[in-house]
Design a protein around this ligand. Structure first.
Ligand code: NAP
Ligand code: MG
Length: 515
């Protein structure tokens, strides 16, 4: 008997002993930086003669780690290893597979700060954001372990006289897991452990901006008792090895989270049938967002401003769920925008190893340049109200940036920027606001601040996003409470952390025996 699933609690950093423990973890991780790590296939360490480095985005002179760079050959070896171990792993009892997740979750809970500190240094999360990421990773494992146990139970069917009916959720085969760097632990853990617990073997290609936290997790699973070759760790550039693993005839499914561009490329490639392939590949694709918070004339302006600020600038706006558009009724527009600008100007910026800094760096130079280009576009499309420039030296820091008077046709209203940039738009009515909210290709998260019951009910039905929040911010989905996944070009609406998710990693077999 397992206790019921409960979300992992977050660390209270106002408590001094918690701050001290986190500081100690940061020092430990700091002392482990700068090493070179291998590829791991079939439990064997591999090098390829080529490596790539991950630099600290807050302090680019510091190397976080170097990794062996996956090649086409190692990619093929990884698929072969996953293939070799599939049958044995798929024959493990579902409960036994689930227990590896439970064990890994317990180990991660005990080493929580070490994992969070790694994300502070590798991707520039502040302490609270990193702690939330680790908590979510623990939640995914606890949740999917229980889900697999539930799916392994006899399933409700209509019984036919003289027969026994059963439905078994079987694994699919070899899965390719391709996570992003922005929830470098939680999303990686979610997609990987869902694949594994369902009985599939996996090739994990971590994001090139966050291989070190991925490596730590690989090792944790190994320590938790995952047999060699069931999970194969293949760092390397997506553009160089992605196509090999996605298009391989033995690949059965691809679980991807990342940009729309790469997601659609994977979708196209997966639809092609390679010689020798005998199945239709399944794709689970979660992609970008252009999320918005809508504020009607009845809303509480302070609550709305706080929700907008937290959703727009948490982790430098680098969340798929980040609020990049605030659409505000003209009666409250100046009030709400004024409050957001004031909070943005008070934001502390700098390396997040210092817990006094709320806003860290953006992930790398390419992201910095892309965001700065959008800021130039924004200056032509509307009015720069605050920010718009580098925030701190030594790394890729950008000040929280707010634009006003942005129309629905503007590029900064339509295109995902993925940085600390907020576009504010004034509307004449709730109806017009909702039209604007829905007027992008995406449909991931959204929020409405309102005290009007009718508006809240209309939004429930017509605000077309996978995750809608009423009178609260549009980030911070919790496993089990807010199953996560987007509509339209935001993805396949897979609802990670929900009861439907594991089904995507299985195929159901119906068996009837007549007696
Ligand atoms: P990305 O550039 O699309 O990369 C995601 C992953 O795809 C990385 O591991 C990347 O490897 C890999 N990749 C790149 N090219 C590939 C190819 N040709 N074949 C196979 N894999 C390839 O996205 P990102 O910059 O990491 O993450 C940010 C994006 O993720 C944003 O658009 C954000 O909205 C989205 N996101 C969505 C969700 C959601 O739940 N909907 C959650 C989080 C993030 P390399 O790193 O080696 O290039
Ligand atoms: Mg990328």
């Amino acid at each position: 008997m397992l206790p019921e699933f409960r979300n992992e609690s977050l660390t209270d950093f106002s408590v001094e002993s918690n701050r001290k423990a986190f500081q100690t973890a940061l020092e430990k991780v700091q002392s482990e930086l700068g090493h070179e790590w291998p590829i791991l296939i079939d439990g064997q360490r591999k090098t390829t003669g080529q490596t790539f480095a991950r630099l600290n985005p807050a302090q680019t002179a510091e190397t976080i780690a170097r990794f062996a760079k996956g090649t086409k050959e190692t990619a093929l070896e990884a698929v072969a290893a996953a293939d070799k171990h599939f049958q044995e792993w798929s024959h493990w009892e579902p409960e036994a597979r689930a227990r590896i997740l439970l064990r890994a979750a317990a180990m991660l809970r005990r080493r929580k700060h070490e994992f969070s500190a790694t994300m502070v240094l590798e991707v520039g999360k502040n302490w609270a954001e990193a702690d939330g990421d680790t908590a979510e990773a623990i939640d995914f494992m606890e949740f999917y372990a229980r889900e697999m146990m539930r799916l392994a139970e006899p399933q409700p069917l209509v019984g036919i006289a003289g027969e026994e009916e059963n439905l078994y959720y079987m694994p699919l085969g070899i899965g390719v897991v391709i996570p992003p760097w922005n929830f470098p632990l939680a999303i990686l853990v979610g997609m990987t452990t869902a694949s594994l617990v369902a009985g599939n073997t996996v090739i994990l290609k971590p994001a090139s901006a966050s291989p070190f936290i991925a490596w730590r997790f690989y090792n944790l699973l190994e320590e938790a008792g995952l047999p060699p070759g069931v999970l194969n760790f293949l760092p390397g550039h997506g553009s160089a090895i992605g196509d090999t693993i996605v298009s391989h005839p033995r690949t059965r499914f691809i679980a991807f989270t990342g940009s729309k561009e790469v997601g659609l490329h994977i979708q196209r490639l997966a639809a092609e049938i390679a010689p020798g392939q005998i199945w239709i590949k399944r794709t689970i694709l979660e992609m970008g967002g252009k999320d918005c918070i809508l504020v009607d004339e009845s809303a509480n302006p302070e609550d709305a401003a706080q929700g907008i600020y937290a959703s727009a600038f948490g982790f430098q706006g680098q969340k798929c769920s980040a609020c990049s558009r605030a659409i505000i009724h003209e009666k409250l527009y100046d009030d709400v925008v004024g409050r957001v600008v004031e909070m943005a100007q008070k934001t502390t910026i700098g390396p997040t190893k210092d817990c006094g800094n709320y806003l860290g760096p953006v992930v790398d130079e390419a992201a910095f340049n892309k965001i700065m280009e959008y800021i130039e576009i924004g200056k032509k499309e509307g009015k720069l109200l605050t920010g718009g420039e580098r925030g701190h030296t030594g790394g890729w820091f950008i000040k929280p940036t707010v634009f006003g008077n942005i129309g629905p046709e503007a590029r900064i209203f339509q295109e995902e920027i993925f940085g600390p940039v907020l576009a504010c738009t004034k509307v004449k009515s709730f109806k017009q606001g909702l039209e604007y909210a829905n007027a992008t290709d995406y449909g991931l998260t959204g929020a409405l601040y309102s005290n009007n019951r009718q508006h809240l009910e209309i939004a429930r039905r017509d605000f077309h996003v996978g995750n809608l929040y009423l009178n609260r911010k549009c980030t911070g989905a919790l496993v089990g409470a807010h199953p996560f996944g987007g509509f339209n070009m935001s993805g396949t609406d897979s609802k990670a952390g929900g009861r439907d998710y594991l089904l995507l990693f299985t195929q159901a077999k119906s068996v009837a025996e007549r007696f």
